[in-house]
Design a protein around this ligand. Structure first.
Ligand SMILES: Cc1cc2nc3c(=O)[nH]c(=O)nc-3n(C[C@H](O)[C@H](O)[C@H](O)COP(=O)(O)OP(=O)(O)OC[C@H]3O[C@@H](n4cnc5c(N)ncnc54)[C@H](O)[C@@H]3O)c2cc1C
Length: 504
């Protein structure tokens, strides 16, 4: 059986960082295993083609358990070199610094904003931004949209007119207000974690990257993780480690693999037909995501197609329920979106969307059975806590105010969803409950902390076993109030440093 110093499971956002950084040490033998294919398709490179990824083999294409009154919700995640970072919408935004300070205050020592700042900076090149806070030499090249879409322009102008402050940089000194956020696009081409980190490292003789490999289990000897078993193009194979296995299979895949390997809530594992090895009740729990509510409009005139990610602008604002930082995102999606199950939006139309980005609700990922090829049961718990519905209702009111404004008249013909008949608090709340969907930001299912019930300690080591760490979106104790990719890059950068060079 081949032996490696490090086996990284999952070549997504975090896995690409880990493989590239760990293999910088020429003596470290690194294996990176990915379930998806190696292809870098057009939809992974041309920014405004990104929605095509969702109808491709690069999407695991999960659905959730029924949510609120909406039924099962579509739940994409990436399955490719670059993972979700290769198919996502490319927004590159940090959470508010208070989010990370709260992690540290709750026991995650070493993960406050000031601790993470060097890793945020190391991961990015953000030319023209504040060099004290932003990176200038990292692998992920980012910049805001330059050639702005008229709907995004009108939305920004309308928010400013409604009294929302503007900010230059949501990842900079003032992380609140309406902005043109950075996008991971350079010279008109997406810069995924695979493009920025992994592909430049592929020639290293000490790095082995295997695609089309579904990791099905972790091997243990006397409580130490000794390797992995996997299906390569469907055929059983295995690899062993003299050092560590690092899980980077994402907020859904990582808890699924742990539970398949006997690490998780013992009672649930037995019910699923798996003999427990370590009873960690929080594996798969604490699933957090940002729910969204959609309004949709028909255009006043023919509108151009976005040259970027169909988003371009974003406002981080506070609902009346906000704590120490903005709890709502308001943004345009320059596509004719409609709530699931409704007639498609009008051709040439667009959506304006609210997301509750500091949700109180929590859900879970559970096994559907012992077969690793079977998708897990995913319950993001949307609107489980009524205050998240209050947040989204407040967001929809703000969007409607802007869309009804005179400045928006140039681009808006009529509101199609929810539609003029949906008026008043009760009707709006009913609409949100039956149409809620996802911003696609799952996290938190293997929470990091210093307390006894956290899944990983503050060095990202899985409790109850040795030789096993997690470094992906699943370790976030709370989901940042922003798109999570920039945070996952920083987590993986720090993890690579914690793991260090080749074992002695
Ligand atoms: C459609 C979409 C749009 C998004 N838009 C944005 C955005 O604009 N900005 C932003 O910041 N965030 C966005 N996100 C979220 C962001 O991309 C993720 O938070 C981030 O990529 C998570 O990184 P990760 O490394 O934890 O997991 P992932 O990037 O999902 O990587 C996990 C990898 O592990 C692999 N894997 C899983 N299980 C196994 C297994 N058993 N064996 C082998 N391999 C396995 C997967 O195939 C995948 O490649 C979006 C996500 C989606 C799906």
């Amino acid at each position: 059986m081949p032996e490696y110093d490090y086996i990284v499971v999952g070549a997504g956002t975090a896995g690409c960082v880990l493989a590239a950084r760990l293999s910088q040490h020429p003596a470290a033998r690194v294996l990176l295993l990915e379930a998806g294919a190696a292809a870098r398709t057009r939809a992974m490179t041309v920014p405004n083609a990104w929605p095509e990824n969702l109808d491709s083999p690069a999407n695991w294409a999960d659905t959730t358990t029924p949510q609120a009154d909406a039924g099962p919700v579509s739940y994409p995640r990436g399955r490719a070199l670059g993972g979700s970072g290769a198919i996502n919408a490319m927004a590159h935004v940090r959470g508010h610094r208070t989010v990370y300070d709260d992690w540290a205050a709750a026991g995650a020592a070493g993960w406050a904003f000031a601790d993470l700042l060097p890793y945020f900076r190391r991961s990015e090149t953000a030319a023209g931004r504040d060099p004290q806070l932003r990176g200038s030499a990292g692998p992920i090249l980012v910049a805001p949209a330059a050639d702005r879409h008229p709907v995004a322009e009108a939305f920004v102008a309308g928010l400013l007119a409604a009294g929302v402050p503007g900010t230059e940089d949501l990842s900079g000194a003032r992380q609140e207000g309406v902005a043109w956020p950075d996008l991971a696009i350079a010279d008109g081409v997406r810069v995924s974690p695979a493009d920025g980190y992994l592909r430049p490292a592929l020639g290293r003789p000490n790095l082995t990257v295997l695609t089309d490999c579904l990791v099905t289990g972790l091997g243990f000897s006397n409580g130490r993780c000794t390797g992995v078993s996997y299906l390569q193009h469907g055929h059983p194979a295995a690899a062993q480690t003299s050092g560590e296995v690092v899980l980077a299979a994402g907020a859904i895949g990582t808890p699924q693999l742990l539970m398949l390997s006997g690490i998780g809530p013992a009672g649930q594992l037995r019910q699923a037909g798996i003999e427990p090895l370590a009873d960690l009740p929080e594996v798969g729990e604490n699933l957090q995501d940002h729910p969204i509510a959609i309004t949709s409009y028909s255009p006043a005139a023919s509108l151009p197609v976005s040259k970027y990610n169909h988003g371009e602008a974003c406002a981080a604002v506070r609902s009346p329920l906000a704590g120490g930082y903005p709890d709502l995102h308001l943004l345009p999606i320059l596509l004719p979106l409609a709530p699931a199950g409704s007639e498609p939006g009008p051709a040439g139309g667009y959506a304006l969307v609210a997301s509750a980005v500091a949700p109180a609700s929590r859900g879970a990922v559970r096994l559907a059975g012992p077969d690793p090829r079977r998708p897990p049961l995913i319950d993001p718990g949307f609107l489980r806590e009524p205050e998240d519905l209050d947040r989204l209702a407040a967001g929809l009111l703000m969007i409607r105010e802007v869309a009804a404004g005179r400045g928006f008249g140039q681009v808006r013909k009529a509101e199609v969803y929810p539609g003029p008949e949906v008026r008043g608090t009760a009707a709006i709340r009913r609409y949100i409950r039956r149409s809620v969907s996802s911003y696609y930001h799952p996290a938190g299912t293997c929470r990091m902390g210093a307390d006894g019930t956290a899944v990983v300690d503050c060095s990202l080591r899985v409790q109850g076993v040795t030789g096993l760490r997690i470094a992906d979106a699943s370790v976030l104790p709370t989901l940042p109030n922003a798109h999570p990719n920039a945070t996952v890059l920083a987590i993986a950068e720090r993890a690579a440093e914690l793991i260090g060079g080749p074992p002695d």
